[in-house]
Ligand binder design. Structure first.
Ligand SMILES: [Zn+2]
Length: 457
């Protein structure tokens, strides 16, 4: 009976996939949803690829998942990957459905599955990952997500004890995940050469999770990311097995020390969060058996996908497009910091991170602005800040409280009108920070800026 229901779910799901493709619709969510509706245990009956890798964590899942897929594909593996679709239960069911035959047997060698943390309990009991990588656990949108302790709790509850885990050693929430899993690999960035030194007033780890004592920091890179130890017991950050010892931005390389050797890799993106992501990918690929040459081959041909990061030159204007995430305070603060630390002066930044869905379908929620560190925007290299969107005045108030000089700020009530406030005579670089729900508006602003650069170049 169960088998019959499974095949019914599989075939109806597959038929839906074909129909949606014929209609030119995106089939990354509904077919899986349909199959799960017919048979909630559907995923448990699929014959999965030989190797299943799960990618989870608050920020950077898609980047890690894309990088893993890219390195594996470059080395001849066939990969099932959901990073173009949805990362909740229905999206994962959809990609597995799509990449299996009519008997439910996987057609690909490896699955690289991006798994939303909140879907852990719905996914891991059916799709048991051989490997899991988690790059960070931090506060997220407080409408959509929950407290970091809850997120750790559900991952721990759902993850099989046999999964080999790859964890960020510099994140105390992350490094303590899956306490029962013996096969653990840690990655991190050397504390000897701190890139950033800030006093983190927004931290998700303050007290020792073992004894409640106050945690001291040996060194912090941002928020709670760094090396910590407890003042009352012997808890401390674990030593990374894969450690970034050098970041050479000029030559676009970085060095990783592991197993008694040092290797130099192509730095695909120099944002420090992506250095963590890249180091995690190297750790996992190495333990999976790929050689340095194979990993480096994948890296040298990869880039961060254009919808997340892009840079164009138009006349004298350098335009950098960077995905930020509205409602996600740490992801936004990381983008502000990235703008501040990029070389150069006379920077203009257009911030269009208001969540469109929030404007129309939800109650107003601006408390995340106060969990986000706006003080990075006080950097003297930033000459003008344009807040674009219906909440521009809320951003203005927040920036003022962080000490940003009001004369540097321009307010634009429409989400796509920011380019009109750029002064090409006083801007060499324009950074556009945009929300995942505003990709069309971001593309419009980019085109406006390209025109502006051409007219004045
Ligand atoms: Zn303690």
């Amino acid at each position: 009976m169960n088998k019959l229901r499974f095949f019914l779910a599989l075939w109806i799901g597959k038929a839906a996939q074909v129909m949606m493709k014929l209609l030119g619709r995106n089939a990354t969510f509904l077919p899986g949803k349909l199959a799960l509706k017919i048979y909630p245990d559907f995923m448990g009956y699929l014959t999965l690829p030989k190797t299943v890798i799960a990618v989870t964590g608050t920020n950077g899942k898609t980047t890690v998942s894309n990088m893993l897929t890219s390195v594996l594909t470059e080395n001849g593996y066939s990969v099932s990957n959901n990073s173009l679709g949805s990362n909740v239960q229905s999206g994962i069911a959809s990609v597995l459905l799509q990449d299996s035959d009519l008997l439910g047997k996987a057609k690909k060698d490896i699955a690289v599955l991006e798994v939303d943390e909140r879907s852990s309990l719905l996914v891991y009991p059916y799709v048991k990952p051989d490997y899991l990588i988690c790059n960070n656990i931090m506060r997220d949108s407080n409408k959509r997500n929950a407290h970091t302790d809850f997120i750790s709790y559900i991952i721990n509850r759902a993850l099989p004890a046999t999964t080999k885990v790859f964890l960020n050693a510099d994140d105390m929430n992350c490094s303590r995940l899956a306490p029962g899993n013996p096969d653990r690999t840690y990655f991190g960035i050397s504390a000897e050469k701190p890139e950033v030194s800030v006093t983190p007033y927004i931290s998700d780890v303050v007290y020792c999770p073992e004894c409640g004592g106050l945690l001291e920091s040996e060194y912090l890179r941002y928020n709670h990311i760094g090396r910590m130890y407890c003042s009352a017991c012997d808890l401390k950050s674990p030593e990374p097995d894969f450690l970034v010892t050098e970041i050479d931005r000029e030559n676009n390389t970085f060095t990783v020390r592991h197993d008694g050797k040092e290797e130099s890799y192509t730095l695909i993106n120099d944002n420090i969060v992506n250095v963590y992501n890249l180091c995690g990918v190297i750790a996992m690929m190495t333990r999976l058996g790929l050689t340095y040459e194979q990993i480096q081959k994948g890296f040298s041909k990869s880039k961060i996908v254009k919808s997340r990061y892009d840079q164009v030159q138009s006349g004298d204007l350098t335009i950098t497009m960077q995905l930020a995430k509205g409602q996600n305070p740490i992801a936004c603060a990381r983008c502000y910091h990235y703008v501040a630390q990029c070389p150069g002066t006379d920077k203009t930044v257009i911030i269009m991170v208001d969540d469109k869905g929030d404007n129309t379908n939800n109650s107003e929620n601006i408390c995340w602005l106060y969990d986000c560190d706006y003080s990075y925007l006080t950097d003297p290299s930033i000459g003008r800040i344009i807040f674009a969107g219906p909440r521009c005045k809320d951003h203005y108030l927040r920036a003022m409280l962080a000490g940003v000089a009001p004369e540097k700020i321009r307010l634009e009530p429409t989400i796509n009108g920011g380019a009109a406030h750029v002064d090409p005579m006083n801007a060499q670089q324009v950074f556009v920070l945009y929300d995942p729900y505003s990709l069309d508006e971001a593309a419009y602003v980019k085109n406006q800026l390209i025109k502006l650069g051409k007219e004045n170049g």
